[in-house]
Design a protein around this ligand. Sequence first.
Ligand SMILES: C[S@@+](CC[C@H](N)C(=O)[O-])C[C@H]1O[C@@H](n2cnc3c(N)ncnc32)[C@H](O)[C@@H]1O
Length: 193
Amino acid sequence: MPHPDALRWDERYSRETERFALRAPRHLLTSHLDLLPPNGLILDAACGTTSTGRYLAAHGWRVIALDVSNAALRLARQKVKKDASPVSFAVMDMVNPWLPESHFDVILNFYFLSRPIIPTYRQALKPGGLLFFETYLREPHANAERYLESQELRRFFDDWDILHYIEVERLVRARSGYEESRWTAQLIARKPK
Ligand SMILES: C[S@@+](CC[C@H](N)C(=O)[O-])C[C@H]1O[C@@H](n2cnc3c(N)ncnc32)[C@H](O)[C@@H]1O
């Protein structure tokens, strides 16, 4: 039986192919490349078309890219540069997955929220590893399951070294095609050694 998130997102990726395929790598990551360990193993979680993961692979990092949508991963595979490091793709439900312990140097979580995955990220990063996390804050009347409360992301990692945390208003392109302003939280945190 198909996963309900896969049905929803496969349909969006088929309908909005251009919009998703042309997405740029996330600025939170590209503006902090100096923090990344050379040759590290990077998990791009709920990666979509893996714009950020593909950017890192093109710069020599090894990337594992996981998403529930096969349509997203098909698009992503077509776009990996020929001379890039390999990107390993797998279809996976990231709401509450098992991940190996102390395995990744860096985990990326952009614009996806699953609260049960937070303890999994905490154990799957190597000591000294980095988490990049950015997603929307909840607006009035929005579904609380998919959006962060103010300061919630920081609280999940308040025993880690927080290198960057802000809540910032951004212009995003809505499905209508128009730009709208949305509040997001951004975090970069290092797991203690
Ligand atoms: C807004 S997109 C973000 C994609 C990418 N991280 C980025 O920065 O552009 C949200 C992604 O979460 C994925 N997703 C939704 N539910 C999921 C689930 N249960 N498990 C894994 N991925 C899921 C969708 O397929 C989609 O690719």
